[in-house]
Design a binder for this molecule. Structure first.
Ligand SMILES: CC(C)[C@H](C(=O)O)[C@@H](O)C(=O)O
Ligand code: SF4
Length: 467
């Protein structure tokens, strides 16, 4: 059993007690909600005539269903309109802060909470969304939960959970040019597998993560869940505190110094014990692209799609399914694969630093003939900041569309969808069959700079050629 890790400390500090089932009742400091997984939870509260116990600990926004072009109300899609109205009403009824469209603070839930300074070290955070692991970048223990657990948190501010094991994933050294945080996490998942993290919290440690800025750390923690881990985190440090200072909900005045002292105390001890330790060398991580139908089916951009005999026995079955669905063949180079749609956005890579990296590639160049390329900022704040820097102009001059914030084509619960067999280069986190809106659409995951490169070249290409 792990001992002395941030996970152990935060877990113990938030433990209310042990339930008869043997599960831990864990206090949840911050509950984030969005329009998809909350309506049923609120309905369950109403059925039992329960209140929201701590409305001030719940914060809402709308992201999945939001159209990124025409946001006029009522929405063209009546189901989307119904969902946003349900959330508006529930928040009003229960006095929950709701960052609605046009508030200046709306966006993908995992983008806005850190921006607002809601996400802080040492917190327990829950949200009815699998990518809640993103908040671990701040040294929080953040869980994605299901609708019935959303109900539990609304009603009791606690969750019934069993404790996780802790795996330290150490990456050391400096990333090569053209290699980004996205490549690091795709490389980790490719190596440890999409189920490798089941039963674990992932602690991301080592000099590579220590040098990353907060947005890069969020990209890594965001995809911990795609590696099977229930949550992922980085120990808080000066980079964390510098990011948080003066944000809307960050502690102020004398509370700030107190908070830092507490945040320092919950860092994993230097002699902490882990259930497992895995070590990577940053210099060995290439720009990475997925070729298949799980985020673990990744290869270096200069590599060939693996043949079954190059794979572990347990990975062969899903590889066969992937060759056939993707219409890509074992032994074929991934570079040169023609692309129809390029999507830059999502809670993985829709932040300002992601847009800056993509804009560096797009600047002075043009999207290839026949390619549809679009950029969707992760939040209203990201959009505003990008426009103040002129990134929108750079993208538009290069032939990219510039959209309103939302989840967009990450999962296409809105008008942004692939058509038919279209193949996309996407900065999002899931390449599952049909994920981007067409039941036969295909997705290649990569960093935003690699997506921009694919847009310019019209095919999967090495970002290092355009740096
Ligand atoms: C709609 C929501 C419940 C879902 C999730 O849990 O992750 C979505 O955000 C996703 O990325 O697939
Ligand atoms: S951007 Fe994608 S992964 Fe993130 S919350 Fe939205 S749908 Fe889920």
């Amino acid at each position: 059993m792990s001992k002395g890790t941030l996970f152990d400390k935060v877990w113990d500090l938030h433990t209310v007690g042990t339930l008869p089932s043997g599960l831990t009742q864990l206090f949840i400091g911050l509950h984030l909600i969005h329009e998809v997984t909350s309506p049923q939870a609120f309905a369950m509260l109403r059925e039992r005539d329960l209140k929201v116990l701590f409305p001030e600990r719940t914060v809402a926004t709308v992201d999945h269903i939001v159209p990124t072009e025409n946001q006029a109300r009522p929405f063209v899609d009546s189901l989307a309109e119904e969902m946003i109205q349900a959330l508006e009403k529930s928040c009003q009824d229960h006095k929950i802060t709701f960052y609605n469209i046009g508030s200046g603070n709306q966006g993908i839930v995992h983008v806005i909470a850190p921006e607002l300074g809601l996400t802080q070290p040492g917190m327990t955070i829950a949200c009815g969304d699998s990518h809640t692991s993103s908040h671990g970048a701040f040294g929080a223990i953040a869980f994605g939960i299901g609708t019935s657990q959303v109900r539990d948190v609304l009603a009791s501010q606690t969750l019934a959970l069993s404790k996780l094991k802790v795996r330290k994933i150490e990456v050391n050294g400096i990333l090569k040019p053209g290699v980004y945080a996205k490549d690091v996490i795709l490389h980790i998942i490719r190596t440890l597998g999409v189920k490798g993290g089941v039963g674990y919290a992932y602690e991301f440690a080592g000099t590579t993560f220590e040098q990353m800025n907060m947005e890069e750390r969020m990209t890594v923690c965001n995809m911990a869940i795609e590696g099977g881990a229930r949550c992922g985190y980085v120990n808080p440090d000066q980079i964390t505190y510098d990011y948080l200072k003066n944000r809307d909900f960050a502690p102020k005045g004398g509370d700030w110094e107190k908070a830092i002292a507490w945040w320092e105390s919950i860092r994993s001890a230097s002699d902490a014990e882990y259930d497992d330790v895995v070590v990577f060398d940053a210099a060995e991580i290439p720009p990475t692209v997925t070729w298949g139908i799980t985020p673990g089916q990744g290869i270096g951009v200069n590599q060939k799609i693996p043949t079954p005999d190059e794979l572990l026995e347990e990975d062969r079955f899903i590889a066969e399914e992937a060759y056939s669905y993707m219409d890509l063949f074992p032994g074929q180079p991934i570079q040169g694969t023609k692309i129809d749609v390029c999507f830059i956005g999502s809670c993985t890579n829709g932040r300002i630093s992601d847009l800056r990296e993509a804009a560096k590639i797009a600047k002075g160049r043009h999207v290839a003939e026949g390619v549809k390329a679009f950029v969707v900022p992760g939040s209203e704040r990201v959009k505003k900041e990008a426009e103040a820097e002129g990134l929108d102009k750079i993208f538009q001059a290069a032939g990219f569309e510039w959209r309103e914030p939302g989840c967009s084509m990450c999962l296409a619960m809105n008008p942004d969808k692939l058509q038919g067999r279209q193949i996309s280069a996407s900065s999002s986190n899931r390449n599952f069959k049909g994920r981007q809106g067409s039941s036969s659409g295909r997705t290649l995951l990569m960093s935003p700079a690699m997506v921009a490169t694919a847009a310019i070249k019209g095919e999967v290409s090495d970002v290092r050629d355009l740096l």
